[in-house]
Design a protein around this ligand. Structure first.
Ligand code: 4NP
Length: 166
């Protein structure tokens, strides 16, 4: 269905605009996966189309950079039908994103849908608050919770990969 390297695992992070939360998650997860030697396809998308082709919000770029991660080269896109087959996991930032994914998912789509904080003990179903209308502190707070969430997902996927190869 798609060319190039076949990854057993693919993770797509999804928010509303694909310019704030999911680009930060994509950038942080790439590093977390690399640190664990996980071969995984990583991308992000929005449920809405307002910002197609835009780079991440300058405040998201700045907070990622402050934490040593470059997300400036990313470009916003909208979730599409193919994503529900290409990715093993599609991870939403909040409940509205998850509901939008459920309504767009093809009946035979193979991706598992979840929320970012589901991987954190005791925080299942909690949203990552949208920092778009907030200030730099809101972006820093979003980064903190997103980086904990992606670390937990990377650990979970690493354990699953280890079990599968055992
Ligand atoms: P994101 O933040 O979903 O984290 O990328 C937003 C970006 C743009 C808008 C809302 C949220 N907007 O309304 O344009």
């Amino acid at each position: 269905m798609h060319g190039g390297i076949e990854h057993k695992t693919g993770v797509l992070f999804v928010c509303l605009g694909n310019i704030c939360r999911s680009p930060m998650a994509e950038g942080a997860f790439r590093v977390a996966a690399q640190e664990r030697g996980l071969a995984v396809l990583v991308d992000s998308a929005g449920t809405a189309s307002y910002h197609l082709g835009h780079e991440p919000d300058p405040r998201a770029i700045a907070v990622a950079r402050a934490h040593g991660i470059d997300i400036a080269g990313q470009s916003a896109r909208q979730i599409d039908r193919e994503d529900f087959y290409r990715f093993s996991h599609i991870i939403a930032m909040d409940r509205a994103n998850l509901e939008a994914l459920r309504s767009k998912a093809p009946r035979d789509g193979t991706a598992r849908l979840a929320m970012l904080l589901d991987a954190l003990e005791g925080r299942r179903g909690e949203p990552v608050a949208d920092p778009y209308y907030g200030d730099a502190a809101a972006f820093e707070a979003a980064w903190q919770v997103i980086s904990r969430g992606v670390e937990a997902w990377a650990e979970k996927l690493r354990r699953e990969a280890a079990q599968q190869s055992a």
